[in-house]
Design a protein around this ligand. Structure first.
Ligand code: MN
Length: 286
């Protein structure tokens, strides 16, 4: 199933180029009160909601995908985890270009570990990227995004895919410079997730997916998730050995070679096999 959020927080089931509006299914979510749990309520209860979504879909209003504004398919991730330099050819290009590494120590991922992006940086494809600090280099990074489906602590790689709710396309927009990654990658709109969540029953193996991004129709990054240094199960094992993963947590799995600058006015087209494609407009922040 392909699930999206659109317009004024509506829930959609994507079928081809149609969005089926199944928003009433959200009424089945439990009422929560302060203090809020560190998880995404929809992802946490997706299993129970599926039957309701399916039964609503038969009679639900249908909209053209082209006519709705796509929001992030995960509304409230407790954390956004990201993998630095998880493709060898990207590691090589980072080491070769001072415009990317800025004299920062660049370690292979086994030593560098993971970092976190602010959850307030998250937007959907239809909301676009608003660049800040436009006097500096702002880069695109296209990445496979993994959405965790159930609580995970010290999970072994062989069991890890059982903890995945689904997959999206992710953009890890980055200001190049000397500061910590978490600062440079966390301005508002610097994490794009979309265009929808493909549930793990529909996409069972994330290891052989073509991944690419075009800027103004020019191909910039093109690779396959098979080229990852640490694969998706390995990343879940690694992350869950340090902290508990909660439903809705997002893991950005690293970007392949070909990163490059973007400018206000650019149009990005990101694509991952078996997930789909999303177009994202770039503007200057207010
Ligand atoms: Mn990245």
């Amino acid at each position: 199933m392909k699930l999206c959020r659109f317009d004024d927080d509506r829930l959609g089931l994507v079928e081809g180029d149609i969005v089926v509006d199944v928003t009433p299914a959200l009424d089945d979510l439990p009422r929560v009160r302060y203090p809020l749990p560190h998880l995404d309520l929809l992802v946490a209860h997706l299993g129970e909601l599926r039957a309701r979504i399916d039964s609503l879909a038969a009679q639900a209003p249908r909209r053209s995908l082209a006519k709705v504004q796509m929001l992030s398919p995960v509304a409230n991730p407790g954390k956004i985890i990201a993998a630095p330099v998880n493709y060898l050819k990207h590691l090589e290009e980072v080491l070769a270009d001072k415009g990317i590494h800025h004299g920062n120590p660049i370690l292979e991922i086994q030593r560098a570990g993971l970092f976190l992006k602010a959850s307030s940086s998250l937007v959907g494809a239809g909301q676009g990227v608003a660049l800040t600090h436009t006097d500096r280099r702002n880069d695109h990074e296209v990445e496979l995004a993994v959405v965790i489906g159930k609580q995970a602590r010290k999970v072994a790689a062989k069991d890890a895919l059982g903890y995945v709710a689904g997959y999206c396309i992710g953009l890890d927009i980055t200001i190049r410079g000397p500061e910590e990654r978490s600062l440079r990658k966390s301005p508002d709109s610097y994490t794009v997730l979309g265009p929808w969540l493909v549930t793990a029953d529909e996409l069972t193996d994330p290891s052989q997916l073509d991944i690419s991004i075009r800027v103004n129709d020019q191909l910039r990054q093109s690779a396959n998730t098979d080229d990852m240094v640490i694969d998706v199960p390995g990343l879940i094992e690694f992350a869950s050995s340090f902290y508990t993963l909660h439903p809705g947590d997002v893991i950005l799995t690293g970007t392949p070679q070909g990163v490059g600058p973007i400018q206000p006015g650019d149009s990005l087209l990101a694509e991952i096999g078996r997930i789909g494609r999303m177009r994202v407009q770039v503007r200057k922040a207010d």
